[in-house]
Design a protein around this ligand. Sequence first.
Ligand SMILES: C[S@@+](CC[C@H](N)C(=O)[O-])C[C@H]1O[C@@H](n2cnc3c(N)ncnc32)[C@H](O)[C@@H]1O
Length: 360
Amino acid sequence: MESPDEPEAILRGQAHIWRQMFAFADSMALKCAVELRIPDIIHSYGGGPVTLAQIASRIPAPSPGTTYLARIMRLLVRNNIFSAQRCQPDGGHESQETLYGITPSSRWLLQGPGSELSLAPLVLMENHPWLMSPWHCFSDCIKTGGVAFEMAHGCKIWDFASANPEFNRLFNDGMAGTSKILVRAIVEGYKAGFKSIGSLVDVGGGIGVTLATIIKSFPHIQGINFDLPHVIATAPAHDGITHVGGDMFETIPHAEAVFMKGIMHDWGNEDCVKILRNCRKAIPEKNGKVIIADFMLKPEGNGMFDEIGTVLDLVMMAHCSGGKERDELEWKNIVEKGGFPRYNIIKTSSLLFIIEAYPL
Ligand SMILES: C[S@@+](CC[C@H](N)C(=O)[O-])C[C@H]1O[C@@H](n2cnc3c(N)ncnc32)[C@H](O)[C@@H]1O
């Protein structure tokens, strides 16, 4: 094995820091491609191969800068977001032309036809300066114990959303887009669990996309979508769903079961226990249950979604007050303290796990 003091290892360490220092270039190039809808443009040509000129011709601008575009594409090809092959135009020998294509990754970035399941809204949301600025506050947070989002914006994320309709839309669209992907896996992985429920309240359900997807598969369920009033105010009507505005720290509408996706990881342990206790009051003692769909941290794991866990944990640190990802033991502790001594953990085919918790 190479010693860490070998000149080669030291040089490789330096190269590694260069790459890490500019890791944001990857997400900024990705964001640029999504903003310009490059995946959709290539998809409209049957997924490629397409020339740079063909891509540029579909960008809505009088004369798009193709030299900039080529450089963005070069990095995205290197990151396997797009594929590239070289060809010689007209059989000539002087210059080679690059032809671009879609990859299994860029399929997840479509926003037009074929985009039913898309991560594009989340790319735009997470990389917006509003959500990027708290990342600059981590060292101050460590020194003072403050909350990054509050340091950057002077208020909690939910109050910022309430006061800023554009951020509210950006956030809700990002959540709703991702939900379509994750809920498909939840519905698939928890069929028997949903079949036995007559009514379900989705706590922090956003604009109702998650619950609408569940109810499409299980139309016998009466759904209540519950979120803060400013979110409910923008929620479209969905068949089989009643929207209710309120605060989960006050009271939660009654139903046979409570569903919560991506809620617990927004909050610290004490707040989670408060929410779970209110969930317990909202469901029948006998046969009631809480269905938590959230991430399960496995920092050393080598599963497909394990690596993103430590990153998502910092996303929670950047945006939420006390939010964090949890490993199995941490989940056990808050679920039990919240009044649910019995629970099962079910893995889905997405990055989320289901924790099905019972009051008895
Ligand atoms: C991370 S989002 C998850 C949205 C949705 N469950 C999903 O997975 O797409 C958290 C949601 O919790 C809602 N929320 C935050 N504080 C709340 C409160 N006190 N009562 C009810 N909902 C709240 C937010 O408005 C937001 O819609």
